[in-house]
Ligand binder design. Sequence first.
Ligand code: 6GU
Length: 246
Amino acid sequence: MPDEGEAKSGLPHLRVDVLTLFPAMFDGVLGESILKRARDAGVLDVRLTNFRDYAEGRHKKVDDTAYGGGPGMVLKCEPVFSAVRAVLGDDQDAHLVLLTPQGKTLTQNKVRELAGKRRIVMLCGHYEGYDERIRQGFPWDEISIGDYVLTGGELAAMVVIDAVARLLPGTLGDETSATEESFEQGLLEYPQYTRPPVYEGMAIPDILLSGHHEEIAKWRRRMAEERTRERRPDLWRQYMDGGAQG
Ligand code: 6GU
């Protein structure tokens, strides 16, 4: 029998628990394409928990007005603490992720780190924010997906799951090494082409038909570098410094 943390295939296996008030938002994303394949293969195990189920009273209230006044609702402590504790059980080493625009911006480095975990528990907020004591109550890794505001953490959680899933061994086909892609090396992708060789007068670069694999690799590297320098001077600087890639 495979150990916990291994898929049927013997590949390592990531479990992600998502705590959300809108579990149905995940159906389409998890039920199609590569994420569906990863789940069917047992590489990725996503479990959705509606933390409203942990709210008390007939009204199952999960949010309330803010102390001190102001617009918008704040996510209450009780249902969140109860749900997180129930989902964790006695698991001591699950990685806790709080989706919030106040978090550190997600990078490919962080995605790689998360892909190495055995279990991730994600909390998706909605409304104006979390009661601050939710932050204090658990050792959250607070993650944002960029400097703009979403209506809730669900789309952000899906972005994290998608980016992490494609790095799990067994998710992508053998020929697609996710780590060979230029972005993993701190560069933007080089231009790609497929048939036909000429489309509406636009021809593909001759080099790609030359059969010179070394020359093609050099050309691709040059194009990736040029593109990065022009479009993303921030990434280019990091690349030239040989520093940590974001
Ligand atoms: Cl994680 N949540 C929300 N509500 N908005 C965001 C975000 C997260 N990341 C970027 N914008």
